[in-house]
Design a binder for this molecule. Structure first.
Ligand code: ADP
Ligand code: MG
Length: 452
């Protein structure tokens, strides 16, 4: 490899570096090495097949552009994997069972809910690795390093969704496969039931017959020695046959005190990945997606407000939307910030509401409308000042818990009837004047950002 080629490659890398986020660059490009450059092609070395698939699906265009820019011509990009991947004959492939006569529409009892698919799983920084891994195991079940694949996270971050989506995707590819989704709890109940009815060999036979096992909430096995024992043997049997296993837990398996060491070490032999809470943009995307699917008409400012008020649990976020929809339908009212605040306060708690302070509102409006605080708090009755003051009263009433009396007191010692009057005036103007109403909405959105 000539030094010039290496230099060109470094140029290509810096082209990429300036266009992706640092963490993404470190994860996906730092370890990519140049192998050869031919007349029309370039070969890059990547650590594993998954890495290559990821680059292909996410960064193909960027890599092509970078190479074209650096090498002054387009090159066909080939990848080579350094580590020797498991060869397909070391693990038996799935039996080709597609030829068996299967009545159309027949669905094996997989316990899968077709609501959970990758199409409606919003990708974000916190879940992208887990999602990619879940997709990748359905492309080559049992044949990647990701066996078992274990996904862990705190509740409501999408473990069950991903697990079921993987199962549904697998079934879509091959309906004849025996995909089985089961929770740790149900597995245990099945096992106990089989003991009671003297049917443990049926139990064993049933579970050993699956092609893909999706076991949800394995933390349930903690302290249940017999169930762990049973599962250990099942795991080994499936694993040896090259069947794909995907598991979820609520924390890293090493932290599951009361889970047998040998199970933990089996889990660690595959890929363990976590899901982190969604960032703001992801939360917004999830809400918008959910609203679209449930036919809920939400203004953007509301979407952002809800997304900002709820940080962790996506389940909570979704149930909030259901509640909002129910209330607005029952009471025949529009969903506005006030309704959202009430619902959040009742269902999740005051602490989740952003605490916007009166002073933040005062500062913000004073700056935006270019009216000094001195004037606002003073006696001036000029149109501009009075109007700005009314807006501040209105917003403080809407966005804080300050009483009418205290709002008046803060704003230059005015009495509470002045505040009521101001709120009424602003309310009326919002109804009549579209551009004024837009301005107020923008204020609410902007101010909502102060909270968190
Ligand atoms: P967990 O199993 O981790 O407790 P779930 O998979 O049950 O969480 O997710 C809770 C709810 O949030 C479900 O309704 C699920 O569909 C939804 N959800 C979770 N993550 C996402 C996401 N990234 N995109 C869309 N919906 C999601
Ligand atoms: Mg779950």
């Amino acid at each position: 490899m000539s030094d010039t080629m290496q230099e060109e490659w470094l140029k290509a890398l810096s082209y990429i570096r300036s266009r992706v986020e640092d963490t993404a660059f470190q994860t996906w490009f730092d370890c990519v090495k140049l192998n050869t450059v031919e007349d029309e092609s370039i070969t890059l070395i990547v650590p594993n097949r998954f890495h290559y698939e990821w680059l292909e699906s996410k960064y193909r265009h960027l890599i092509n552009d970078a190479i074209k820019e650096a090498f002054k011509k387009p090159l066909i990009v080939n990848y080579s994997v350094i580590l020797t991947e498991r060869t397909s004959d070391s693990i038996p492939k799935f039996k080709e069972s597609g030829r068996r006569a299967i009545p159309p529409g027949y669905h094996r009892p997989s316990n899968l809910n077709d609501r959970y698919v990758f199409e409606n799983f919003i990708e974000g920084k916190g879940n992208q690795f887990a999602r990619a891994a879940a997709i990748s195991v359905t492309d080559k079940p049992g044949q990647t390093y990701f066996n078992p694949l274990l996904i862990y996270s705190s509740p409501g971050l999408g473990k069950t969704h991903l697990l079921q989506a993987a199962g549904n995707r697998m079934l879509r590819k091959n309906r004849a496969l025996k995909v089985l989704y089961i929770t740790g709890e149900k597995f245990m109940l099945d096992f106990i039931g089989s003991l009671q009815q003297n049917k443990s060999s049926e139990f064993t036979k049933f579970y050993r017959n699956v092609d893909m096992l999706l076991l949800d909430d394995v933390q349930f096995f903690v302290g249940k020695e017999q169930t762990q024992e049973q599962f250990f043997h099942l795991f080994n049997d499936l694993y040896q046959k090259g069947k794909q296993i995907i598991l979820t837990t609520d924390r890293h398996p090493r932290k599951l005190i009361g889970l047998q060491e040998r199970l933990i070490s089996r889990f660690q032999s595959g890929l363990i990945t976590d899901i982190n809470p969604p960032d703001l943009e992801t939360r917004i995307a999830i809400i918008m997606n959910e609203a679209k699917h449930t036919g809920l008409d939400l203004e953007y400012s509301i979407v952002e407000f809800v997304a900002r008020s709820i940080s962790g649990d996506i389940r909570v976020m979704k149930s909030l939307l259901v509640r909002l929809q129910a209330l607005s339908t029952l009471k025949n009212i529009d969903i506005d910030i006030n309704l959202c605040r009430d619902v959040i306060r009742e269902n999740i708690g005051e602490s989740n509401l952003q605490s916007i302070t009166y002073l933040q509102i005062l500062n913000y409006i004073s700056k935006d409308l270019k009216v000094s605080k001195k004037l606002l708090l003073g006696k001036s009755r000029s149109q501009d000042v009075a109007s700005a003051r009314q807006i501040i009263m209105f917003l403080t009433r809407k966005l804080t818990n300050l009483s009418l009396k205290n709002i008046g007191k803060e704003l230059g010692g005015r009495d509470h009837s002045t505040v009521i009057h101001a709120c009424k005036l602003v309310d009326e103007r919002v109804k009549d004047d579209v551009s004024f109403s837009k301005m107020i909405k923008k204020y609410i959105t902007d101010l909502s950002r102060f909270g968190n």
